[in-house]
Design a protein around this ligand. Sequence first.
Ligand SMILES: C[S@@+](CC[C@H](N)C(=O)[O-])C[C@H]1O[C@@H](n2cnc3c(N)ncnc32)[C@H](O)[C@@H]1O
Length: 249
Amino acid sequence: MQGYDNTSYGEAFADVYDDWYSDIGDVDAAVEALAQLAQDAGSLPIVELGVGTGRLAIPLAQRVHPTAVIGVDSSAAMLDKLAAKNFEHAPLLVLGDMIDSLPEGPLGVVFIAFNTFFNLGSEQLQRACMQAVAQRLSPNGCFVIEALVPEDPPRTGNSVDVKSLTRDRVVLSVARYDGDEQSAEGQFVEFTEAGGVRLRPWSIRYTSPSQLDDMAAAAGLSRRHRWQTFAKDAFTPDSTRHVSIYAPN
Ligand SMILES: C[S@@+](CC[C@H](N)C(=O)[O-])C[C@H]1O[C@@H](n2cnc3c(N)ncnc32)[C@H](O)[C@@H]1O
């Protein structure tokens, strides 16, 4: 999408993110699974890539204190939302790109949730991210990716859906899918009686679970687990999501 960069998503969605996406997963199960992995890794720093408003990093930081939780995000608006929340043990925050601004290692657990890996808009960037993480993981560390399983056959074409509709406000979800390019992009278009039009763009380049395994292997990581969810439900051919755990060879 022309003009779209690594700050576009966060800057556009920060004001509505917690309202729109509060129910996207089992936070308690994610925190428990990540805390266990961190303990196995020797309580070294935990890093969340694309930490957003802290949906996972905040409760995780309370759970694993004094182990450090570091959140990296390229959007100042998202990090401002996180920092404005009340909590006892603060995640450390890094404003920057998840590849270029990844903290130095050795790191215990690096994780990336809710399809955020697919915000890296090309195979090249996704491979670079894998490499950067692999270089910093401790030998007992791991990289955790939570992501969707692409539809088979992949979705292609355009769609317009109604996200919400009230007397004085409508939000339309407009999207374009390209199965050959493994990409999807769209806009949430908000019209209000009082405030005109607001655009919230998104763009992803998705990969299949096996393509992720290949990228990980090229970076020197091998898959230790694949669950359907952070609650460790078994991953099956019918799963529409996965949580994959990669560790140094
Ligand atoms: C879908 S949100 C996920 C937020 C949070 N991890 C969660 O699970 O609720 C994606 C986040 O990744 C951030 N992001 C996107 N591309 C990024 C990049 N290249 N480097 C760092 N952060 C990025 C966005 O600003 C946004 O906060």
